[in-house]
Ligand binder design. Structure first.
Ligand code: AMP
Length: 496
């Protein structure tokens, strides 16, 4: 179906044609007519499906058709991150370039001056993250009493990130008579509860099964010892001549550290996360988009909303402890109908996360290992979803809490070779694991200390931690359940 059939005006059709879009994506096909009819919409769409245009195009049209009677914003788009706010704002500017509408993007980490000036001058559309917008409202610089259309983009993440109270405060200042458009890649009970309370008789627009991942993303997992991860990643990037690789770590410190380590392996990399200044985040993203660096190492929050055309590879250097985050992560690739590959490096204590992800996806992710001859082999693993529902705040210790034997040696840097020949855990664990007592990536838990043991299952990781530190695999296992390491050894010996 051509865009023209959706009821969009010519200025908007010209804008999408200029962007190179031939036909509307499924979410656009279904959401645009409903929004033009001024219905509330709840859109369940994976990232990369064209959901920004799905709400922006009809929103622009409705605003262009209604009268401008004062300077106050008539549409408000809330997003969880600065990057997403910037991108959505850019799209709105691109799509609306032939319409006489004014827009502004509002987020923290930058000066108030230009944002205040924009409000004082008058603006039709505000794209904002909640915190800074509230600041401006409290300073009486942002008046939302004329808002007709409210968009909540990535509603699931907004709630995950604890924005619920800010959003509620903002909503108090927005007229209750308004059109609500909610978009969410995944649906939790919280999103459902919130949308039930806010939306009026919404049309549900869902373009793929809930919580399913982009079909075009080719997903693989590799089991690998914690201490071999970096060597394996470097080897994969160099051996496969990968470019534009988005790598996820769970912690900010881990992201910094991995970027530095990759640089040492002659792979150009930068980190992007919430502790970086806005300008550093923008610099890293611009370098990555322009192909000046090969790898962008990101935390979940910073990577939210990143729209990078042609991004071919996403690597989960550490699996997320909340399965839904996996969907968001891998959704960075395979966008707008393009192919993409998502690779997860799964170590000792991440098995449960993998099973939980498979349970959410309702499919098995092929699991491989690199055997001692450097050959890739399929690994048959017994799947056991933990069934635990984790939240963002649980398991905060990141991989640090799961690190064996306190980090041990620094691991060798095989410069693209040996690392993947020995996925069994590199040097550290084998050599006694005393090392520097540091977690390799767990920035949040520098000591890998006792509090983390609380989360370990009895007879599970805590015991493993000690046995790994003592070099001889299996020697201290006794009648305990087989460890990841012993399973890995089994698999390796079967592969020989
Ligand atoms: P989104 O899901 O909004 O983040 O969009 C993902 C990507 O798809 C963006 O790079 C858009 O520019 C692109 N896109 C959106 N709609 C279309 C379309 N109808 N045809 C081709 N590409 C599109």
């Amino acid at each position: 179906m051509p865009f023209a059939k959706l009821g969009l005006r010519s200025e908007l059709i010209e804008a999408v044609v200029a962007k190179g879009y031939d036909t509307p994506s499924p979410i656009q096909e279904r959401a645009i007519p409903a929004i033009l009819e001024r219905r509330d919409v709840i859109g369940g769409a994976q990232t990369g499906t064209g959901k920004t245009a799905a709400f922006s195009l009809p929103m622009l049209q409705l605003l262009a058709e209604s009268s401008f009677n004062n300077k106050r914003p008539r549409a408000l788009v809330l997003t969880p991150t600065r990057e997403l706010a910037s991108q959505v704002h850019q799209s709105i500017r691109d799509y609306g370039q032939k319409l006489n509408l004014r827009s502004v993007v509002i987020f923290g980490g930058v000066g108030f001056g230009p944002q205040i000036t924009a409000f004082r001058r008058g603006v039709d559309i505000v794209v904002a993250t909640p915190g800074r917008l509230l600041d401006l409202m409290q300073r009486r610089e942002a008046n939302l009493s004329n808002v007709e259309i409210l968009v909540l983009d990535e509603a699931d993440r907004m709630l995950d990130m604890g924005f619920i109270h800010d959003i509620k405060k903002i909503l108090k200042e927005v007229p209750s008579e308004r059109q609500n458009l909610f978009f969410s890649a995944t649906y939790s009970k919280e999103v459902k509860k919130f949308s039930d309370a806010v939306l009026h008789d919404p049309i549900e627009v869902e373009v793929s099964a809930r919580n399913s991942t982009a079909e075009r993303v080719d997903q693989e997992a590799y089991i690998v010892g914690q201490k071999s991860k970096r060597a394996m990643l470097s080897s994969m990037i160099k051996g496969g001549k990968w470019y534009q690789v988005l790598v996820f770590t769970r912690t900010k410190h881990g992201a910094n550290r991995l970027a530095t380590q990759l640089e040492k392996d002659d792979i150009s990399a930068m980190a992007i996360h919430g502790n970086k200044s806005q300008s550093a985040r923008e610099r890293a993203l611009a370098s990555f988009k322009a192909n000046r660096i090969e790898v962008l190492v990101a935390t979940d929050i910073a990577a939210r909303g990143l729209d990078i055309a042609d991004l071919p590879y996403v690597v989960n250097y550490e699996l997320p402890n909340v399965a839904e985050d996996y969907v968001h992560r891998i959704g960075r690739t395979g966008r707008a109908g393009k192919a993409g590959k998502a690779i997860s490096l799964v170590c000792e204590n991440e098995e449960d996360y993998l099973w939980d992800i498979e349970k959410l996806l309702k499919r098995e992710i092929p699991i491989f290992l690199i055997d001692q001859n450097g050959k890739r082999r399929e690994a048959e693993m017994e799947r056991k979803p933990s069934g635990k529902k984790r939240t963002k705040t649980q398991n905060r210790g990141g991989s640090g809490s799961r690190n064996y034997g306190g980090g041990g040696g620094r691991g060798r840097n095989p410069r693209g070779g040996g690392g993947n020949r020995n996925p069994r855990g590199g040097g550290g664990g084998q050599r006694g694991g005393g090392g520097r007592g540091r977690n390799s990536e767990g920035g949040n838990s520098p000591s890998g200390g006792p509090s983390q043991n609380k989360r370990r299952r009895p007879g599970g990781q805590g015991n493993r931690q000690r046995s790994e530190g003592n070099a001889s695999e299996g020697s201290s296992q006794g009648s305990k359940p087989p460890t990841f390491r012993s399973k890995l050894n089994n698999l390796l010996s079967r592969g020989r």
